[in-house]
Design a binder for this molecule. Structure first.
Ligand code: NIG
Ligand code: FE
Length: 410
């Protein structure tokens, strides 16, 4: 493989140190190198340094002009639902007219309407959908993303979703307990079926299991049963919890040693304290709260108490049809009271930690994957500052240019 030399960058910026996840004051510590370069070799970062220290490079090196740009690590989206059929634009219209997400869900819309469309799509169209969404994410700087199943709720479609996710190079999570499939009379009967018939098949395809613990979905006892069975099959554990109500998801996540608990819009002081004292990462999803006009999660309290915090899009057709981590960072800094440094760490190193990849992803440092985002900006904080702007100018994945903004016609 060739070497790539990204030269004359205004800044090269990376979360400091080698620890993961970062918490407390360490979450605020970024290394900023000015007038700098990054040398990539064989898909990895070989060197990072200042231009005045550049030594002789071999003939096989391809150069990229970084003037007027800054490099940050490739962004990691650790929570998406990027594999689905259809859309929910009509529901978006109804919600704009006053209907609530929970009302639509209770009336058989919401998640269940995407289940119908996903079952009808078939695997080839699901593969196309994930690959299309991967392209959208890449254009916003996401070089690694997780994606969940959970819109099949039957064996065939859940497996098709996980295969489509893996085929797109994403990290697959089995969300077998997203909602109760319409064929079942109760949540318990549905879980009996999923654990007996589907879990043995998905265990080899997925890296983690996830559940929606919420009024109208699954309760804490059902979540315990599902997650313990998944853990016994070697899956890492994640939970959607405290989105609308505090229903025991945080203590359960801590007790079971989950990788993450995600949403947390309704989490109170006890939950914040419990997370801060644990190894469970709090994954915050500010777009979902914004779109559903719900309160934002207690991000500042979590960080100040010492919890490990990550940020993600929650990209899905209902509550968060948004693939942009730069927009998530802007919301984090304006609505969640995080600093730009905290936001950057939360969607790089800490998100990589949630996916079990923090030794390889989330930093610009020798030995890490050569996944870089070049921002067309004089300062890395434009990532969060330029809300909705075309801040990403190009994206490198494994040392190759994976996406570049085409210059506007003169
Ligand atoms: O994380 N809350 C549950 N699941 C998703 C939404 C999925 C959907 O509405 O289709 C979430 O917000
Ligand atoms: Fe989600």
């Amino acid at each position: 493989m060739q070497s790539l030399f990204v030269r004359d960058l205004a800044q090269v910026v990376s979360p400091a140190g080698r620890a993961a996840p970062l918490r407390g004051a360490a979450l605020r510590s970024v290394d900023v190198l000015e007038d700098a370069y990054v040398l990539c070799r064989d898909g990895r970062i070989a060197e990072v340094g200042r231009m005045r220290e550049v030594h002789q490079l071999g003939d096989d090196v391809i150069e990229i002009d970084g003037r007027g740009q800054v490099a940050i690590p490739g962004l990691v989206d650790c929570h998406t639902h990027a594999c689905f059929g259809g859309d929910r634009v009509s529901e978006f219209d109804l919600r704009a007219g006053g209907a609530t997400y929970e009302e639509l869900h209770a009336a058989g819309g919401g998640i269940l309407s995407t289940v119908r469309a996903t079952r009808a799509a078939g695997e080839p169209r699901l593969r196309e959908a994930v690959s299309r969404h991967r392209g959208w994410m890449l254009a916003h700087g996401t070089t690694t993303f997780e994606a969940k199943s959970g819109y099949g709720l039957d064996c065939e479609t859940e497996l098709a979703q996980l295969r489509a996710i893996a085929a797109a190079g994403a990290v697959p999570t089995w969300l077998g307990a997203h909602a109760v499939a319409p064929e079942f009379a109760s949540a318990d009967e549905y879980l009996d079926f999923m654990l007996a018939e589907v879990l043995p098949e998905v265990a080899a395809l997925a890296e983690a299991a996830d559940i929606f613990l919420e009024r109208g979905a699954f309760d804490a006892e059902q979540a315990r049963r599902y997650l313990e069975a998944c853990r016994a099959r070697g899956l890492a554990l994640r939970l959607h919890a405290d989105q609308f109500t505090e229903a025991g998801g945080v203590p359960l996540a801590v007790e079971l040693g989950a990788r993450s608990v995600d949403h947390l819009e309704a989490t109170g002081e006890n939950g914040v304290r419990a997370l801060a004292a644990s190894d469970v990462t709090a994954v915050l999803l500010p777009v979902a709260a914004l779109v559903l006009a719900r309160p934002q999660p207690p991000a500042r309290a979590l960080v100040d108490a010492g919890a490990a915090v990550a940020l993600a899009t929650d990209f899905n057709p209902g509550s968060a049809f948004c693939e942009s981590l730069p927009i998530v960072c802007a919301l984090a800094c304006t609505q969640l009271r995080l600093t730009p440094a905290e936001a950057l760490a939360a969607c790089t190193v800490n998100a990589a930690h949630v996916l079990g990849r923090a030794k390889r992803l989330g930093r610009i440092a020798p030995g890490f994957a050569a996944d870089l985002v070049l921002l067309g900006a004089p300062d890395w904080r434009y990532l969060a500052y330029h809300l909705g702007g075309d801040v990403v100018s190009s994206v490198l994945k494994d040392g190759q240019v994976a996406w570049a903004r085409t210059p506007a016609a003169a």
